[in-house]
Design a protein around this ligand. Structure first.
Ligand code: NAG
Ligand code: NAG
Ligand code: NAG
Ligand code: NAG
Ligand code: NAG
Ligand code: NAG
Length: 499
């Protein structure tokens, strides 16, 4: 990192720590504060009541990794968890539906027990006044579709996904107003089809896959599947149900600073590959020119009709934001023979904090920057921040006194407020995650929860951490943040008897 960037980042960090105090009443009326979980990571009961495996089940079992077989056992404990959400004061819960629980073979008959589970769960939320934000696809498509035709690498997924979405809109749409089709599309692709280290585990050096071509095909099919489901919703359900359909992506914060022309080029590439890949088609109906030039014939082409269908198909954008790039530099050493996503991108990135160690730096300027950039470059779309939060190593002391998480959330919610005050159309914020759960990259080693879960306890007992108390007090309007370190110490001692 060069000196200039180092100094500016340091300034930005220290500025972030002494942000102005705020309360939730400073946010516009109707701004939703919630928290999030996902099916595979929270439900457990992976082979119960007719559920069949998804690629995520297959991925972890074939590699002997930690798994979500039981995890929080949310499938059986959902009533207790909804009560905790209500006690905490959440306006909304973001969760996902397991495709292979609802339609075990991927297409065809609906599993009545799966259907009943989601009806019960949604009813429980709605009857307690908690708004459901449902994600249809969270990295877990039915294994049968992967086996039959290679899942998202094949266009047949578009039709099967649309039929699955149709079942969800029809069955749950009278109570669900917020639908996200695809969870963090770009990171799903980079993990699952470039490096192959997350489900479905495809890459050039994996058992199957092609890191040169598949990432772009999969992105194309995800965008078309989203657009197809969104069109179906508008044609068949929107008038009756009045909801909205969005698409989500992983937004890496970036510093706009460039000390040279080459750096400027690298930053532009980074923006094209991380933002434009998804937001270009959704906003303007096509991939960025930069990507077309670099990826060439490996980048699929939208027909005129497809382009029109994808453009404007997202009523809102789901932003998933955790990390910030502090330095983006050209990396000509990547040979690109054969070319793959990394050599196409052609930049080296340094992240704030220690990304390998999941020690994300508190860099609220990056959240503000992402929202500002989307406002200025992509027509200020309605945004829900569907995930933001801080991982900490599983550790009893930190489990209860997760002060770094409180500081992180405090700073990031403050950054969202600043962006909103400057015109960003951001409408909601969801803490990842409501409770400790099975994590995609780290199993049970690191966790993000507001509540801890005792995974050695057959009853999977949940306990509030400091962050749960802090978020709850914020949601109930009783505290102002930024608390500062003194305030956090006070909150800690005020609450110590109740923990
Ligand atoms: C990936 O696909 C490209 C284009 O079809 C082909 O040239 C290349 O050999 C494939 N790579 C692998 C690892 O299969
Ligand atoms: C990140 O953390 C890992 C594990 O603790 C450590 O080995 C590595 O040196 C750290 N990297 C940096 C840049 O601090
Ligand atoms: C606030 O918005 C204006 C207009 O879009 C923009 O020019 C300005 O840079 C923004 N300020 C910050 C701090 O992002
Ligand atoms: C977790 O549960 C196990 C088994 O019930 C129990 O022995 C242990 O003390 C619990 N751990 C904590 C931190 O409560
Ligand atoms: C917040 O204030 C309300 C009303 O004054 C009170 O009923 C509630 O117990 C307070 N909540 C917390 C978490 O202190
Ligand atoms: C802690 O309790 C004291 C006394 O009730 C109160 O004045 C103070 O605001 C509380 N601090 C926080 C951070 O909740």
């Amino acid at each position: 990192m060069d000196l200039m960037v180092t100094i500016l980042v340091a300034l930005a960090l220290s500025a972030g720590r002494c942000s102005d105090a705020y309360t939730r009443n400073d946010f516009p009326t109707g701004f939703a504060f919630g928290s999030a979980i996902s099916a595979y990571q929270w439900e457990g009961a992976v082979d119960q009541d007719g559920k069949k495996p998804s690629v995520w089940d297959t991925f972890v079992h074939s590699r002997n990794l930690d798994n979500g077989d039981i995890t929080c056992d949310g499938y059986h404990k959902y009533k207790e968890d909804v009560q905790l959400m209500v006690d905490t004061g959440l306006d909304a819960l973001r969760f996902s539906i397991s495709w292979s629980r609802l339609i075990p073979n991927g297409r065809g008959p609906v599993n009545p027990e799966g259907l009943q589970f989601y009806k019960n769960f949604i009813q429980e939320l709605v009857s307690h006044g908690t708004e459901p934000h449902v994600t249809l696809y969270h990295d877990d498509h039915p294994q049968d579709l992967e086996d039959e035709y290679g899942g998202w690498t094949d266009r047949r997924m578009i039709q099967d996904f649309t039929a699955y979405a149709d079942v969800c809109f029809r069955e749950f749409g009278s109570q669900v107003k917020f639908w996200t089709t695809i969870n963090e599309a770009n990171i799903f692709i980079i993990g699952g089809y470039v490096g192959g280290d997350t489900p479905p585990g495809r890459c050039s050096t994996c058992l199957t896959g092609n890191s040169s071509t598949e990432p772009y095909m999969v992105a194309h099919n995800l965008l078309l599947a989203h657009a197809s489901a969104s069109r179906l919703y508008r044609q068949k359900y929107k008038d009756l149900q009045g909801g909205s359909v969005g698409f989500s992506f992983f937004a890496v914060g970036f510093t706009p600073l460039a000390s040279s022309k080459d750096d400027q080029v690298a930053i532009e590439r980074f923006k094209a590959f991380f933002f434009g890949w998804m937001l270009g088609p959704l906003t303007y109906g096509d991939y960025p020119e930069e990507m077309k030039r670099i990826v060439g014939t490996r980048l699929p082409v939208f027909s005129k009709e497809e382009s029109e269908q994808v453009k404007g198909s997202s009523d809102f954008i789901g932003v998933i934001h955790y990390i910030a790039a502090t330095s983006i530099k050209p990396q000509p050493s990547l040979s690109g023979d054969p070319p793959d996503f990394s050599s196409d991108l052609g930049v080296s990135v340094i992240y704030a904090g220690n990304f390998t160690d999941l020690d994300y730096a508190v860099a609220p300027w990056a959240m503000e920057g992402v929202l500002e950039y989307m406002k200025q470059t992509y027509g200020n779309p309605p945004i829900y921040i569907l995930e933001n939060g801080k991982p900490l190593k599983q550790d009893l002391e930190l489990q209860q006194n997760d002060t770094p998480r409180v500081e992180f959330l405090d700073a990031y919610i403050g950054a969202v407020l600043k962006a909103v005050r400057n015109g960003s159309d951001t409408r909601g914020f969801f803490v990842w995650s409501f409770m400790d759960l099975y994590e995609l990259l780290s199993g049970y080693e690191y966790s993000f929860g507001l509540y801890s879960v005792n995974f050695s306890d057959p009853h999977r007992k949940r306990s509030p951490k400091l962050s749960a108390h802090w978020y709850s007090a914020f949601l109930k309007g009783n505290t102002t943040t930024s608390l500062g370190s003194q305030g956090i110490t006070q909150l800690q001692s005020n609450l110590s008897s109740s923990i």
